[in-house]
Write a protein that binds this ligand. Structure first.
Ligand code: ATP
Ligand code: IP8
Length: 251
């Protein structure tokens, strides 16, 4: 079997998280070209974030559970369709896969994915494209799960060669690189350095921003997956695991 890469396309990369419902079409097109290139040598699973669609939809629901389901399903489906369409235009055999059909939250609140379904799609030569959003909870009802969590769970369950978190910045910094001067790019993040990292997200965000991403990255790294976080420019280096300007996560 070909080696497998799981890529989380950050909502900060494919949308403008400062402005509701704003797609970054050029960024999405250029990342889709890179995805097509990865497909030439690897199997690929893509998870995208909510960006200014998902996080906006949650805010728009203003605390109503039924509105939350309605708004999040609608806007995340729209975003997923845009992502899948752009990938297909670049030659990637992308198949949208809503998280509600893929994952459940177990009794302990842990996210469990249907790895068999994803394996079947991969065997068929397809590229599953799921996203952060609503999943069923065993305790009842539907809950929001971040694409960061789905990506790490998929990478662990499918035994991925690498898990790559693509963002609109070059990796993890000592503090938010957009918030002012002085932020330094970290080459390596370990559990020990986690508490020294400052910052949250690039705009509207309800799932935990950079902190959740690092917790999920560490969880996958502990299971033996190679984990990198960075920008599109260094994607190939991250796929091959060679030196570059990005962050790696070590258990
Ligand atoms: P989504 O959750 O919508 O998929 P995402 O995964 O791309 O979005 P965010 O959760 O918004 O990403 O996190 C990335 C953003 O976090 C960057 O745009 C950056 O400005 C901001 N940020 C805050 N603190 C840091 C930090 N210490 N290092 C790197 N980025 C940081
Ligand atoms: O942006 C959350 O997924 P994330 C999706 O990957 C939402 O954290 C808020 C619907």
């Amino acid at each position: 079997m070909h080696r497998l890469i799981v890529v989380k396309l950050g909502g900060s990369l494919i949308t403008d998280k400062q402005r509701p419902l704003s797609l970054r079409r050029e960024a999405l097109a250029s990342v889709s070209r890179e995805m097509a290139e990865i497909c030439e040598s690897r199997r690929l699973v893509i998870v995208h974030g909510g960006g200014s669609f998902g996080h906006f939809a949650v805010l728009r629901a203003a605390g109503s559970r039924s509105k939350l389901v309605e708004e999040v399903r609608y806007w995340m489906t729209q975003l997923n369709l845009e992502v899948v369409r752009t990938l297909r235009e670049r030659g990637v055999p992308a198949v949208g896969l809503p998280p509600i059909a893929l994952a459940v939250l177990d009794g302990e609140g842990l996210c469990r994915v249907d790895a068999e379904l994803v394996s079947w799609l991969l065997e068929a030569g397809l590229v599953p494209v799921t996203h952060g959003g609503l999943v069923r909870a065993e305790a009842g009802g539907l809950e929001i799960v971040s694409g960061d969590t789905l990506a790490s769970e998929l990478a662990v369950r499918l035994g991925a060669e690498a898990l790559i978190y693509l963002m609109d910045v070059d990796g993890v910094y000592t503090s938010d690189p957009r918030a002012g001067e002085g932020a330094r790019l970290l080459k390596v993040v370990t559990p020990r350095s986690l508490d020294t990292i400052r910052g949250s997200s690039s705009g509207m965000d309800v799932t935990g921003g950079i902190r959740l991403k690092l917790m999920e990255a560490l969880r996958a790294a502990r299971s033996g997956v190679r984990v990198a976080l960075g920008g599109v420019r260094e994607l190939r280096a991250m796929v091959e695991g060679v030196e570059g300007r990005y962050t790696i996560v070590k258990p």
